[in-house]
Design a binder for this molecule. Structure first.
Ligand code: FUB
Ligand code: ZN
Length: 645
């Protein structure tokens, strides 16, 4: 699995296959992912009819597709996660499940290459008539990603060949007849770029580029979108009627049932004017990202992949503008994005409500993926810094500590009525988390010519090469509880190369030692420090980042957090849960800005965490816990922001 330098990227990613995570914090998450979450998800996919849809499409069972029309995508994400796990762990139980699912997918492929159980078990003649709302291209994208993971894990080309056959069909249909409609849910673009990189087949690049370039053209007019919307309704109606005829019911719960009247109006308006699915404007002209956050993230990933290969500066400018817009005015303190219900997406700048904040877990995954691409393009620390924030906050909060419950939306405040669930009608988030946690190793390091970049401080063993010289690096990290990190370098012969170390934004004082001797202690945060030397076997680098708790002021431009404060420590955002603060109602407290805060490690609380203690204005002690750990002791009141005294 060798990654090549893309022509316009500064960095070369190091794939997770070269990194073995051995970390105080993350190993446990990977372990839960491998032992619990992946199997729990399989059971749910079985219960919710996802796997049966493939059995039916493969003609091993009678019936029709049940559930949401994009259920195939959840299977593909789950498979991708399972392949990542299997690549680093032997697990016969998981392997037999994976083998069965792969066989079902292969058997459900039509002769011309088409795979999609919603259409193939219902009405194949309707296929590709609605790329705005239906998710054939979205599912196809995840199929590609699963197929690449399968190939990398096993060397088998079976699933990859099937995915390529499907892509050739899509290529013929979409490039041949020049259909004008791009996918309403982006995903296939980034997947096609990965397929292009693996196979070197230019067709995939051209198709990805074409899908990206088609956005915002005349064909995405309101009239066209309306006709697609009517098609969506008639397609779903027909599917229901056909099921009823068979004596089956295919009652699909209304995903949007809980939308208020205003949210509903806003939602339909944003769909029809194209802003919800980013169909309203050519991608290079985007100034202010709108609409569905997951779609936007996947689109930005596709654009970044395209830039990495074609160097189109207009694409990069749009990406940089969009990133600034989002991080300045559309992102929560947790790095969560997409604040609005209904469109599941972006509001105007600084309209970040904290009650019912949406902040979908998949949006955190997509944001991570996009930041990773921006980092490879630019080698700028701000992207790695944000990745760290996403990982420890908006992403991890999406899963319970035991790996069996998930959150779809992630509130920043709760009055006690919110709970993670074992599964969702739309279960896009759980397998998205599983594949991210399983492949976490890919986010830690990159290479460039004669240099290693260390982006994340996660205990791990890395094997890589510089100028064909093998190098092993052992990283030991005390994150996120303490700021100390150690690197040990193993080399055959002395070698001169550079190591770039990220100084996190939150570390106001950083000390770096080499073999016990001070190298520097006046380092500016949020950038990389370059160490260029002739490294010898067993050299040791020690970094001590200042990790102290802080009280952060709410941005006065955001109405909901004006005159409010929150607490952070290193990469973690903290919250108050009522459970830890029994002497007062957490919703009615005031906290002063400059109070002393104490950090205490509690071994037996929530898997082992640092709590932060301080005093509220009335003099009573408060206890704050890391945001990602909330809602693991039942439903409870929780808040990130408190009134400033
Ligand atoms: O449409 C499929 C998935 O459902 C999206 O990626 C999620 O955001 C949710 O809308
Ligand atoms: Zn999701």
């Amino acid at each position: 699995m060798k990654q090549e330098k893309r022509p316009f990227n500064k960095l070369i990613p190091i794939p997770f296959q070269q990194v073995i995570i051995n970390d105080l914090f993350w190993s446990n998450w990977q372990d839960i992912n491998r032992r619990v979450a992946i199997l729990h998800q399989y059971e749910q996919l079985e219960k919710a009819h996802h796997i049966n849809n493939f059995r039916i499409a493969a003609k091993l069972k009678k019936g029709r597709h049940k559930g949401e029309f994009y259920y195939d995508s959840d299977i593909y994400k789950w498979l991708e996660a399972a392949f990542y796990i299997l690549q680093q762990n032997k697990d016969d139980e998981l392997k037999s499940k994976v083998d069965e699912v792969v066989t079902l997918i292969l058997k459900s492929q039509l002769n011309d290459g088409y795979i999609n159980t919603f259409y193939s078990t219902n009405f194949i003649e309707r296929r590709f008539t609605n790329t705005t709302f239906m998710h054939e291209l979205y599912c196809a994208g995840y199929l590609i990603e699963a197929a690449i993971a399968h190939y990398n894990a096993t060397g088998s080309k079976k699933l990859l060949d099937a995915a390529e056959k499907f892509m050739n069909l899509i290529y013929t249909i979409f490039m041949g007849e020049k259909k004008v409609n791009p996918p309403g849910h982006q995903e296939i673009e980034l997947a096609l770029m990965s397929l292009y990189r693996l196979t070197n087949n230019k067709k995939y690049f051209l198709l990805a580029e074409d899908f990206i370039n088609r956005r915002g053209k005349d064909a995405n007019s309101k009239r066209y979108i309306l006709s697609q919307f009517l098609n969506l309704n008639s397609t779903q109606k027909q599917a229901k009627e056909m099921a009823l005829k068979d004596g089956e019911s295919n009652e699909i719960e209304d995903f949007y049932a809980n939308l208020s009247f205003n949210e509903r109006i806003k939602f339909y308006y944003a769909i029809l004017n194209g802003t919800c699915y980013q169909l309203n404007i050519p991608v290079r002209k985007i100034r202010d990202p709108t609409g569905h956050a997951v779609r936007a993230m996947y689109m930005f990933c596709g654009m970044a992949d395209l830039y990495a290969d074609n160097g189109d500066e207009d694409l990069l400018d749009a990406l940089i503008r969009s990133w600034s817009k989002i991080t300045e005015g559309k992102m929560y303190i947790t790095a969560g994005i997409g604040s609005v219900n209904g469109i599941e997406g972006f509001e105007k700048d600084f309209k970040l409500r904290i009650k019912n904040s949406y902040s979908e877990t998949c949006a955190a995954v997509g944001f991570l993926m996009w930041n990773w691409r921006m980092l490879q393009i630019t080698a700028q620390a701000k992207y790695a810094d944000l990745i760290e924030k996403i990982l420890y906050n908006s992403l991890l909060v999406g899963q319970s500590l035991d790996g069996k419950k998930y959150s779809y939306t992630n509130p920043l405040i709760s009055n006690g009525d919110y709970d993670r669930q074992e599964w969702y009608l739309c279960p896009c988030c759980p397998p998205n988390l599983a594949r991210t946690i399983a492949s976490l190793g890919q986010y830690i390091y990159s290479k460039s010519e004669n240099a290693l970049f260390i982006h994340q401080y996660i205990g791990s063993t890395l094997n890589f090469e510089i100028n064909e010289v093998p190098i092993e690096i052992h990283q030991q990290s005390e994150f996120p509880w303490q700021g100390k990190v150690k690197l040990k370098i193993f080399l055959g012969n002395n070698l001169t190369f550079k190591i770039f170390l990220r100084i996190p934004r939150w570390s106001k004082k950083t000390r770096i030692e080499i073999n016990g001797e001070l190298l520097k202690d006046d380092l500016i945060p949020n950038r990389y420090i370059e160490i260029n030397r002739n490294w010898k076997d067993k050299d040791e680098v020690t970094m001590i980042f200042e990790m102290i708790p802080n009280i952060l002021d709410g941005d006065p431009r955001v109405k909901d957090i004006k005159h409010m404060v929150s607490i952070s420590n290193g990469p973690l955002i903290y919250c108050l849960e009522q459970n830890d603060n029994k002497n007062f109602d957490i919703t009615h407290i005031q906290i002063q800005e400059n109070i002393p805060l104490t950090v205490i490690y509690k071994d037996n609380l929530l898997g082992g965490i640092n709590v932060i203690e301080g005093k509220i204005v009335s003099g009573e002690k408060f206890v704050a816990i890391p945001y990602y750990t909330w809602n693991n002791r039942g439903t409870d009141k929780m808040l990130i922001w408190s009134q400033k005294a």
